[in-house]
Design a protein around this ligand. Structure first.
Ligand SMILES: NC(=O)C1=CN([C@@H]2O[C@H](COP(=O)(O)OP(=O)(O)OC[C@H]3O[C@@H](n4cnc5c(N)ncnc54)[C@H](OP(=O)(O)O)[C@@H]3O)[C@@H](O)[C@H]2O)[C@@H](O)CC1
Ligand SMILES: Nc1ncnc2c1ncn2[C@@H]1O[C@H](COP(=O)(O)OP(=O)(O)OP(=O)(O)O)[C@@H](O)[C@H]1O
Ligand SMILES: [Mg+2]
Length: 284
């Protein structure tokens, strides 16, 4: 989407049409370039006027400390400093641990802290959907199987493979418009109102840990998008745009790492690609 004085009129006209289309049809899926531009709109500029942590302090609840008796108290101390929390990567499914994670989620919601819930954090949500129902600062990032478990637990029916967009929309609505990302060949993202699909070219490698890269980068993008506000996301929810950005970044990292390492690509190789991938997608 070219935006400049010469194109202002075109841009303005297209923008009105797009907004009309997108607001009229809640299931509209936006083009990749338009959606990438929305992500660019929320990336905070680097300036000498900022200090450490100002553009995001993100906590990860990944299972090491959450097994201790004082886990909730220990983590709660950090909450006032955090802009977002990522819950789930590497968590495990131990009952005592998940009980602590439940209390940490309750404390985070009470403070209005945005939460990204992935992996075994989703195992907990499938068991207790009420934990995040209606908390519109939550983003869930299920893979195929995790989505099916959630769909079964919340809607009573497993994944409808035919109509992925409808399935994601319905699950989001049933959870009170939390944002849901169904990862897959194309990532389908919905806040129960609108739907975005990310088809950024990734790779054929399905090494473990790629979902962790997605949920971690999403923790940062959620903070940036909420800080930027809906006026920067053209009528789309900031969380929807943040989720699209994390999906595109993760897939681009996979694509770049696979070009270098082929079948031996691991998520560690992908992490090394975050800088160049981010620049390619979001640095104008
Ligand atoms: N960094 C860490 O610590 C990480 C920790 N992790 C943790 O590891 C645990 C296992 O995680 P996971 O993702 O392998 O198990 P899950 O999603 O329950 O799938 C179970 C089975 O479902 C199937 N299946 C899977 N995908 C499918 C598809 N697209 N389409 C169709 N079928 C599909 C497949 O069955 P199979 O084909 O093997 O019979 C698969 O074995 C879990 O606790 C997770 O949190 C991981 O998140 C990785 C990073
Ligand atoms: N069939 C596919 N083709 C291309 N990209 C895919 C495909 N399936 C998943 N991806 C991408 O791979 C990344 C991880 O998705 P995946 O479904 O493997 O998550 P996951 O199972 O939670 O990963 P993890 O092993 O970290 O738990 C996402 O960026 C997703 O878009
Ligand atoms: Mg995963």
């Amino acid at each position: 989407m070219a935006v400049g004085s010469g194109c202002a009129a075109v841009w303005g006209c297209r923008r009105v049409l797009k907004r009309a289309f997108s607001l009229h049809n809640a299931h509209s899926v936006r083009g990749m370039e338009d959606a990438l531009q929305l992500v660019r709109n929320v990336v905070p500029p680097l300036t000498a006027k900022k200090h450490k942590g100002q553009d995001g302090r993100v906590g990860v609840v990944g299972g090491c400390r959450e097994d201790s008796p004082d886990a909730v108290h220990d983590v709660e101390k950090w909450l006032p400093r955090l802009h977002a929390l990522v819950v789930g990567p590497g968590l495990g499914r131990d009952d005592v641990l998940l009980s602590n994670v439940k209390d940490i989620l309750e404390a985070s919601k009470a403070r209005g802290i945005p939460v990204v819930i992935d992996a075994d954090g989703l195992w907990l949500i499938a068991q207790q959907p009420a934990l995040i129902r209606g908390y519109q600062k939550a983003v869930l990032t299920p893979n195929h199987v995790e989505f099916s478990r959630l769909s079964e637990a919340v809607l009573g029916d497993p994944l409808d493979g035919q109509d992925r967009r409808g399935a994601v929309l319905r699950l989001s609505q049933a959870l009170g418009n939390v944002t849901v990302v169904q990862k897959g060949e194309r990532d389908v993202i919905s806040d129960g109102e609108q739907v975005l699909e990310c088809s950024q070219e990734g790779s054929g490698r399905r090494c473990g840990g790629q979902g962790d890269l997605l949920s971690g980068s999403l923790g940062v993008l959620v903070h940036w998008a909420l800080q930027a506000g809906p006026e920067r996301t053209d009528g789309f929810s900031p969380l929807l745009v943040a989720a699209f950005g994390a999906c595109a970044l993760t897939r681009q990292c996979s694509h770049q790492a696979f070009q270098k390492h082929g079948r031996s690509t691991t998520t560690t190789d992908m992490i090394a690609e975050v800088g160049p991938a981010f620049s390619r997608l979001f640095e104008t």
